[in-house]
Design a protein around this ligand. Structure first.
Ligand code: FAD
Length: 481
């Protein structure tokens, strides 16, 4: 092994890591530390978004807490630029970096369920599917997201929205405690009673406070069979009216039903009939997780908003709903830029604008989603978790996806225009798991957390990470940094 030059935290800063220093670090780890000269480097450095093509100097594939502690200490002692990777699904690409150290928790994916206590301990690199697999064995679930290949860590640390959000809240609300390695290399447990300030910050404050090595979640009885509603209507067959009727239906819907209104095209994928692929559609996707006999009856109106060209509705195992989108969101398959905005209304003006944008999407794979919110996730007081105020009834998310890197500039600028167009209907908060590239900086962070929560987050960041070691995230700079 020869020495290498690595990036430090200052822009364009570098440090030489000589052979002896590197050998001491890598020999101490139980997991491999992958470098550019190693076989498998490209596979190890790739993350979900194909737009992100970065070359870390070192990828420490940790197998346990001890590896994480060593990696954090090594990064701090050598002033290395450090990225932390859970599932690697962050669309902004925060789970990697050029020239620095990636602390990769992918191998730490164990999940242990205590069915009696209805709790699960989930390691810091687990994917949603790892959790669903273990919890569903006992008819339980944690409220996570809707694509099973997404990382639990990143999703939970910035909130976590899935099909259980109206009934059981967001992923961060179901947290009972975390184990976290902070910037000084100490392992700390945080819960409502132990280091409560840190626990509060972790419920929405992102990866700012350290490396979470495990999460304990409260679990809820779910499934195993639930009811899916998924009629596909042609976009040019009255989409505005369908959206209006979906809005009215969801305003009265029980919390057993969660729904996302999708503007998409029938995916060009073998799972869909060939003759329909590519047709622009709207989908009133919904999942009912209450008593099984009620699901189809209650959601029937969503299947009668027009003449569906395809209807995938019916009883499905919960694990089947959770994996339904997986084949359509493969790793590094496409270029992506996802940006969201909480909106306060779906009035005629918003509907007209959304439908016009849907006709004008940069690529058939580009998805626009209106998440209907409310219910349990709204009942959490803004001061109770870092995530803050949740009273907006909808999240408008532009999940822009395209294939040719040469189209990146126009796809990103289309997304920014579409996002800006909806700002008048919003108080300015974004869902920080769909933040574009975080380009609005502090202004959008304050709007999302609210001033009081943002100020408190800065205090807690200053206490636990005063030199901003953990900066590749939706960053909350500490005081004086
Ligand atoms: P990573 O890219 O690994 O990390 C994301 C951020 O978290 C980085 O800043 C990273 O440093 C930090 N981080 C990661 N692991 C740790 C850790 N152990 N300790 C401390 N910090 C850590 N969101 C939803 O709410 N609901 C959805 O249904 C949903 N669906 C999605 C589907 C797809 C296909 C994709 C690409 C994203 C989806 N998201 C969804 C957004 C998702 O929540 C974020 O992309 C999230 O960042 C993914 O977490 P991750 O662990 O995979 O990310």
């Amino acid at each position: 092994m020869s020495g290498i030059t690595a990036s430090t935290r200052e822009p364009n800063g570098t440090v030489n890591l000589d052979e002896e220093t590197l050998a001491a670090f890598t020999a101490g780890l139980r997991g491999p530390c992958v470098m550019a000269s190693d076989d498998g480097y490209d596979a190890a450095r790739i993350i979900w978004n194909g737009s992100v093509d970065k070359h870390p100097a070192l990828i420490a594939q940790c197998t346990g807490v001890a590896d994480v502690i060593d990696a954090v200490n090594f990064a701090r002692e050598h002033d290395l630029l450090v990225a932390v990777r859970g599932g690697g699904h962050n669309v902004a690409g925060n789970a990697t970096c050029d020239g620095g150290l990636v602390i990769d928790l992918g191998a730490m994916n164990a999940v242990r369920v205590d069915p009696k206590a209805r709790r699960a301990r989930v390691s810091g690199g687990a994917l949603l599917g790892d959790v669903d697999r273990e919890t569903q064995a006992f008819g339980l679930a944690a409220p996570l997201g809707i694509v099973s290949l997404t990382g639990v860590a990143g999703l939970t640390l910035c909130g976590g929205l899935g099909w259980l959000r109206r009934k059981h809240g967001m992923a961060c609300d179901a947290l009972v405690s975390v184990d976290i390695v902070t910037a000084d290399g100490n392992l700390v447990t945080a819960s409502k009673t132990e280091n409560p300030d840190l626990f509060w910050a972790i419920q929405g404050g992102g990866g700012n406070f350290g490396v979470v090595t495990s999460f304990v979640f409260e679990l809820f009885p779910v499934g195993s069979m639930v009811t899916l509603c998924a009629p596909f209507y042609r976009l040019d067959d009255g989409a505005g009216d369908i959206l209006r009727r979906w809005r009215d239906f969801m305003a009265e819907a029980p919390e057993d039903i969660a729904s996302n209104f999708l503007f998409w095209s029938v995916p060009d994928h073998p799972n869909f009939p060939e003759e329909l692929r590519g047709i622009p559609v709207v989908i009133t996707a919904a999942v009912h997780t209450g008593a099984r006999e009620d699901g189809e009856r209650l959601m029937q109106p969503l299947r009668e908003l027009g003449e569906p060209i395809l209807d995938l509705s019916g009883p499905v195992p919960y694990s089947g709903v959770q994996t339904a989108f997986d084949p359509l969101f493969g790793k590094a398959e496409r270029q992506n830029y996802w940006k969201s905005l909480y909106i306060d209304t779906l009035d005629d003006d918003v509907i007209k604008r959304a439908v016009a944008r849907a006709h004008d999407r940069p690529d058939p794979w580009s998805l626009m989603v209106i998440w209907h919110l409310g219910g349990a996730m709204n009942r959490v007081d803004p001061a109770e978790t870092a995530l803050g105020e949740r009273s907006a009834p909808y999240l408008y998310s532009l999940d822009t996806s395209w294939t040719n890197p040469a189209d990146s500039e126009s796809a990103i600028s289309w997304t920014r225009d579409a996002w800006a167009e909806m700002k008048p209907y919003s108080r300015g908060g974004v869902y920080l798991n769909f933040p574009g590239q975080g380009e609005e900086g502090e202004a959008v962070m304050r709007a999302s957390y609210g001033d009081a929560n943002y100020e408190r987050l800065v205090e807690i960041k200053t206490k636990y990470d005063p030199t901003n070691l953990f900066r590749l995230n939706q960053n909350i700079p500490p005081k004086g940094a």
